[in-house]
Design a protein around this ligand. Structure first.
Ligand SMILES: Cc1cc2nc3c(=O)[nH]c(=O)nc-3n(C[C@H](O)[C@H](O)[C@H](O)COP(=O)(O)OP(=O)(O)OC[C@H]3O[C@@H](n4cnc5c(N)ncnc54)[C@H](O)[C@@H]3O)c2cc1C
Ligand code: FES
Length: 360
């Protein structure tokens, strides 16, 4: 009883303080209506002050990349704040370069709209749409990766460039959070979107998507992203690991379907044979198209496997020539991408000709 009394008193004090804070926030943190000017008057809204800039955008149907769902950890939701917005917060600093800070670039999921603001975002984001979609099929393509195909209901079609991604709205505590997933289907398919999703234990978005069934509905925004093929004649060197195959599948299938005659390599690393997905499809493409070379590599040898074994970067050395005119398109675990960047730069590829999609 002697020990319990101070604990109960402490709890009562903490509880009362919390109530006072909520009331104080209601009474004094009223910012009223404020005006948000986007891209020098291209869009202008009156919003209720107090929400984040990202939320104000979303409420007014402006969708910008926000892959971590507003946690301040992806650094994707940048906007240039020209007026208003207050000082840069400690939660923004690690995600912004010195140059960006000088230019007034901010993380819109951290900035609060408390006064009239003038902001600038890339014009292309004003074209991004929100889609209502319905699941038309799901299947396991590896023990941990599911392929999910969605039929687009409203709008009925999407235009995107192979390599881009969408942001799925994942239900969370009565609200939604966004998670990014690369479009794995071909550019020529406009009425459907196919995603491949790796299940992350305890993961909000991946669990939600893995539990979807035929007929279920969901919403996503898009397309987003600059992981797209540059318009040059250089040899395309695609390097994928695990579920990182998703954007590269779309890239390879789209380029070949369009009759692009550039030389294309796809190096694909996985742990075991059952972790390789779309393997037969890619083999068939490599047989059909002289300019497409598919090189899967497993982590360790296996009696059922007569292909390459070992780190993708070691395997690549047997196929690529130093000094060749190449561009790299990488998507996979960060250590694999770092090693590939080192290898390609050593082979004479300029860093700006190496694009990568970082899922982490
Ligand atoms: C541009 C882009 C495209 C992407 N495309 C795809 C795609 O096509 N397919 C796909 O499956 N994913 C893709 N991702 C990753 C995806 O957006 C989610 O981050 C991933 O599904 C985990 O989200 P979650 O909500 O399930 O986990 P969360 O609830 O966010 O995280 C749960 C826990 O898992 C940890 N965690 C999160 N991600 C990983 C990971 N990758 N490995 C191990 N632990 C992790 C977290 O630290 C946390 O502790 C992409 C990401 C980006 C930025
Ligand atoms: S940092 Fe990810 S949404 Fe803002």
């Amino acid at each position: 009883m002697d020990l319990l009394t101070p604990i109960i008193i402490l709890n009562l004090v903490a509880g009362s303080l919390a109530v006072v804070l909520v009331i104080a926030n209601k009474l004094f943190a009223e910012y009223g209506d404020v005006t948000l000017d986007v891209n020098d008057g291209e869009e202008e809204f009156v919003v209720e002050g107090g929400s984040t800039l990202l939320q104000a955008f979303t409420d007014n149907e402006i969708y910008i990349p926000s892959a971590c769902g507003g946690q301040g950890s992806c650094g994707f939701c940048t906007a240039k704040v020209k007026e208003g917005g207050g000082p840069v917060l400690p939660t923004e600093e690690p995600m912004l370069t010195r140059g960006e800070l000088i230019e007034g670039v901010r993380l819109s999921c951290q900035v609060k709209v408390r006064e009239d603001m003038k902001v600038e975002i890339e014009d292309k984001y004003l074209e991004v749409e929100k889609y209502d979609a319905e699941v038309i099929s799901t299947r396991d393509v590896t023990p941990s990766i599911k392929e999910i195909v969605f039929d687009l209901k409203e709008p009925e079609t999407i235009d995107f460039s192979a390599g881009q991604y969408v942001q799925v709205q994942v239900p969370a505590d009565g609200d939604t959070v966004d998670r990014a997933y690369s479009i794995a289907s071909k550019e020529s398919v406009h009425d459907r979107v196919m995603l491949t999703v790796q299940l992350i234990e305890g993961g909000l978005g991946s669990t939600y998507l893995h539990e979807l069934e035929e007929g279920d509905e969901l919403e996503f925004t898009g397309p987003f992203g600059d992981f797209v093929i540059q318009d040059t004649d250089a040899t395309i060197v695609g390097v994928a690991g695990g579920v990182g195959l998703a954007p590269l599948r779309s890239i390879v299938f789209s380029l070949l379907e369009k009759g692009v005659d550039r030389e294309i390599w796809l190096f694909y690393g996985a742990w075991t044979r059952e972790d390789l997905y779309y393997h037969e499809d890619l083999q068939e493409l490599a047989e059909e198209y002289d300019n497409f070379n598919y090189v899967p590599a497993l982590d360790s040898s296996n009696p059922d496997w007569d292909g390459e074994v070992g780190l993708v970067t070691e395997v690549m050395k047997d196929y690529l020539q130093k000094g060749e005119d190449m561009e790299g398109y990488l998507c996979g675990p960060p250590p694999m991408m770092d090693a590939t960047i080192d290898l390609l730069t050593d082979y004479g590829v300029d860093e700006e000709d190496i694009l990568f999609d970082d899922f982490s």
